[in-house]
Ligand binder design. Structure first.
Ligand SMILES: [Fe+2]
Ligand SMILES: [Fe+2]
Length: 264
């Protein structure tokens, strides 16, 4: 039968990252035949967090769902939006009572999509167990007939691969975010879940993870916590295209991509 395709894009870094989406996301989705788009927006607001305005711009640029990560709390003004807007997610494994939600079920062009956001604990704040939280949400969404895309926001490839194997056969796809550097390991896991350790970012190429290289380098060299700023210059969109069988909902293929974007 037919197939359905999803695009997942890594962390959007600042104005250049949003501009890159506004310029290139819709043409890219059309060219690759993707009907559903998930974008991680945790660094959209000048590199740190998300605001209601930057979230609205990412949605307007063509994202169906915006996921996030550890930086999502930085702009307190967005907290009420995390509650009211179903299309934005924060990691599901934060303690009970924290604003927002960590998963959702969305209908688009006749296909049911589940999206789960979780956050790792290696090199990040040790919050609740992401393995347990994500597996139970993925199971629930599978029961509702959805193809489930999981954004695992984590630092280490070891924790990410373990997470991928934990959800193998339960989720349609597990894609890592947070490092801003796309990995070259996109593949189908043994039980059929599409997997990539990190999607990369939407942001400036000639920077350090999308931030100003000079400041970042000085910060690393001196160990002084200098205030980081977003880099300026040529940008690219990084992510993965995942193809699913429309009937069985099984992943057919996953391919990482880097698309250079001419910002006008
Ligand atoms: Fe990030
Ligand atoms: Fe992060």
């Amino acid at each position: 039968m037919g197939e359905v395709r999803a695009l997942m894009i890594g962390d959007v870094v600042g104005e250049a990252g949003i501009n890159a989406l506004e310029t290139a996301l819709r043409p890219l989705a059309a060219e690759r035949g993707a009907s559903f788009v998930v974008v991680n927006g945790e660094n959209a607001a000048a590199g740190f967090g998300l605001t209601a305005e930057t979230l609205a711009r990412i949605l307007a640029a063509g994202a169906d769902v915006v996921t996030s990560g550890n930086h999502v709390w930085e702009k307190r003004e967005v907290w009420p939006t995390l509650e009211s807007e179903k299309r934005v997610l924060r990691p599901a494994n934060y303690p009970a009572g924290v604003p927002g939600r960590g998963s959702g079920l969305y209908e688009k062009d006749g296909t049911l999509w589940g999206v789960v956001n979780a956050q790792g604990r290696q090199g990040l704040t040790p919050i609740d167990c992401p393995f347990r939280a994500a597996a139970s949400l993925a199971e629930e969404l599978r029961g509702q007939g959805a193809i489930t895309l999981v954004d695992f926001h984590a630092e280490t490839t070891r924790e990410k691969e373990a997470f991928g194997f934990h959800l193998d056969g339960l989720a349609g796809a597990v894609a890592g975010t947070h490092t801003h550097v796309r990995t070259a390991d996109a593949r189908l896991l043994p039980k059929g879940t599409a997997y990539i350790s990190d999607l990369g970012m939407s942001g400036v190429v000639d920077g350090i993870i999308g931030m100003d290289a000079k400041i970042c380098l000085e910060r690393c060299r001196t160990s002084i916590p200098l205030r980081m700023e977003c880099a300026v210059g040529k940008a690219s969109l990084n992510g993965a295209l995942i193809v699913f069988d429309a009937e069985s909902r099984a992943a057919v293929s996953i391919e990482g991509f880097t698309v250079p974007v001419e910002l006008t």
